[in-house]
Design a protein around this ligand. Sequence first.
Ligand code: NG6
Ligand code: CA
Length: 500
Amino acid sequence: MTHKFLLSFIFCLAGFSFYAGAQKKPNVIIIYADDLGYGDLSCYGATKISTPNIDALAKKGLRFTNGHSTASTCTPSRYSLMTGRYAWRKKGTGVLPGDAALIVPTDNSALPSIFQQAGYKTGLVGKWHLGLGNAVEKDWNKEVTPGPRETGFDYSFIFPATADRVPNVFLENQLVVGLDANDPIMVDYKNPVGDEPTGKDHPELLKMPAEVGHGHNQTIVNGVGRIGYMKGGKLARWTDEELPFTFLTKAKSFIEDHQQEPFFLYYALTEPHVPRLPATMFKGKSELGYRGDVILQLDWAVGEITKQLKHLGLDKNTIIIFSSDNGPVVMDGYEDGGFEKLNGHKPAGILRGSKYSILEGGTRAPFIVSWPAEIKPGVSDALVSQIDFLASFAGFFNLENKNGIDSKNIWNAFMGKDKKGRDYFVEQSSQLAIVKDNWKYIRPSNGLATYKLTHTDTGNLPTAQLYNLTDDLGEKNNVAEKYPEKVKELEALLNAEEAR
Ligand code: NG6
Ligand code: CA
């Protein structure tokens, strides 16, 4: 009897110590840059700019050389990240105006909802750009729903679209911050509202001129002409220079508040998207103009987050994923001295193309996954995409991936244990391309070969293009005529994907 009792006591102790020592679920932070190029970081070969904090993250984790957003613009890439679906499957997923309705499903299938189902507290801080409410017409003066909450975020602190689109306000848990009942907000993308000066009629009021021909000449907020018209909410409008501090403060509070439980934070920064108005302490720091300065600002924010994690003792068991929503662009509508100040810096690095193009510069992005407790540091050439987070985390948590039909569970690739990653991947600009075994096929297109205003090499050609990325990562040598069978095979695969 005593013997039995002793035995069960020992078992109980062993059980307890197993429980106490069990690995807690890792926290997960996705840090998402806006328009950051493959060549913009020193850990990806940049020599004219130094990004020590992101470099340190890469050094402690896996640096992917073939990691992708799904599209060469923002909304479709973010849509795929959230839903695990290619955006070209759904109409209305192009770059959204600031008054668009929510395009992410609210049926518990989106990425944050997966984390909720796994017992995580979920937070979103930064740029959203996936729409709000049920329709374009909405009342910005009360809670706007549906929004991030209905897609699975317990907490959100966002601006609705892009920094260059109205309304230039923050929403915390879907309510405008600093709302004044006596000065209600109205937003319109078709017709001017109110009688505030526009960039078009009052260029003398601008602190950063818009380039002629671009659309940044409507309501002026903080001395910058924006896309879209707004009135009211004078006290609620943010200033561009405070964005990094505000978002960082909110991200850090979320981490601090949830340090005792597993959390998922989607920290979507605005840098280096236009308008580039760095905080004063970063002005001139990079010597590459404002675009360089805001990249340093972004790097600083990453460093502040990693410092905080260390301070709280969370650094070992937190997965940090760092990437960008699309390729780089130097001139995107404001006269911020972009090209003149580049000083030989190549935002897309060795790649051809950039934001808006179907070439590798459009979607191949900086892509770092760090988890000190589990991942052995190194470099991986596996083909991976942000669209795969959904199926991979669902798989890790043993949860069902209901609707993310294009998302692949490539957990082992993210962990550095599988060197291949996806079998193939579809890239999107105004048209589609497919990559398999490092062969890239770009469909014929009648779109413009260059966009003059943004200096974009779009990669559009009326004939088929085929590149062997193993020898020709810069997509200089179209070998479609030499390998007609390959072209056929990849066109068939792309057709089959579309038909799925
Ligand atoms: C374009 C804007 C550009 C940028 C982009 C969206 C003009 C001429 N250009 O329409 O400045 O806002 O949309 O960028 O207005 S993204 O990163 O959100 O996709
Ligand atoms: Ca973007």
